[in-house]
Write a protein that binds this ligand. Structure first.
Ligand code: THU
Length: 131
């Protein structure tokens, strides 16, 4: 949360990922004057983990924690749930918290049931220009 860049919302969020190699990779939200370009804490952490540890290779994300000064455990946005689903197995535990100590324990799969994933594009031929 201390590294968040939040001049617009003033709402810092922190995320931490535990990796199978023992590393912990953190992230924070990074906002933009063009609001829609904001990168949430969860995606910052996941993208850092991919760059630093190739978490789609031999190393995996095995646990996620997210914290903010929210009214109840922070809830990840839909975009971050989709990115979690891309980079984590569905059974990866997620701990959502606030600064008061509220905790919600869930999983990547429970946060985004019926996620769209690459398997739904399996067995596709080259694009058919007639369609
Ligand atoms: N935000 C996160 O970084 N993660 C969440 O789980 C919820 C929302 C950020 C995005 C934006 O910078 C600020 O919180 C307010 O929406």
């Amino acid at each position: 949360m201390k590294k968040a860049y939040v001049p617009y919302s003033h709402f810092p969020v922190g995320a931490a990922l535990r990796l199978s190699n023992g590393a912990v990779v953190t992230g924070a939200n990074i906002e933009n004057a063009s609001y829609g370009l904001t990168n949430c804490a969860e995606r910052t952490a996941i993208f850092r983990a991919q760059m630093l540890h190739d978490v789609q290779g031999d190393t995996n994300i095995i646990e996620i924690a997210v914290v903010a000064d929210s009214d109840g455990a922070i809830s990840p946005c839909g975009a971050c749930r989709q990115v979690m689903a891309e980079f984590c197995d569905a059974d990866v535990p997620v701990v959502l918290t606030d600064l008061k100590g509220d905790e919600l324990h869930t999983t990547v799969g429970d946060l985004l049931p019926y996620a769209f994933d690459s398997h739904q594009m399996d067995d596709k031929d080259e694009p058919d220009a007639t369609k």
